[in-house]
Design a protein. Structure first.
Length: 150
């Protein structure tokens, strides 16, 4: 069972993708979107949110794109998910539902469980996921198959 939203999963994948592909040049948003089979502008808001959170760094210019703002071992998956959640919370389409049961019982219980979940994700770094991708030969599979999705 996956408890993360699609946006959170994309945020993690985007940061790991940048960590794997940003050398020697930054990763263009267009290339990133193509590898994940998304329209070119689909990731724009998410990438900018990751820049504002000091997870990614935007590089301007004709050879611009995105690179990690810090060492990959210093970026936790929990931090990425919190950023994606904050971006989702700012979404005007988010419905505000409320009742006494939700406010007093359901929401506090789910919030506590969510904090435990995020604490577990804090123990996983981008470096851990990059090492798993390398061990699984993901980069070689991308090159040989022409399939750029991670």
């Amino acid at each position: 069972m996956n408890l993360l939203s699609r946006r959170s999963m994309l945020a993690i994948a985007a940061v790991v993708d940048v960590a794997l592909h940003a050398r020697p040049m930054p990763v263009a948003a267009k290339a990133l979107a193509a590898r994940h089979r998304l329209p070119p502008r689909h990731l724009e808001t998410l990438l900018q949110g990751l820049v504002h959170a000091n997870i990614l760094k935007g590089v301007r210019g004709p050879r611009g794109g995105y690179e990690l703002a810090r060492e990959r071992r210093k970026i936790s998956v929990g931090e990425i998910v919190r950023t994606a959640l904050a971006l989702s919370a700012a979404d005007p389409e988010e419905l505000a539902i409320s009742s006494k049961l939700i406010e007093r019982i359901v929401e506090p219980t789910v919030k506590k469980a969510g904090e435990t979940f995020l604490a577990n994700l804090d123990a996983v770094t981008v470096d851990d996921l990059c090492n798993e991708a390398i061990a699984a030969h993901i980069l070689e599979e991308e090159k040989s198959s022409g399939d750029f999705a991670i």
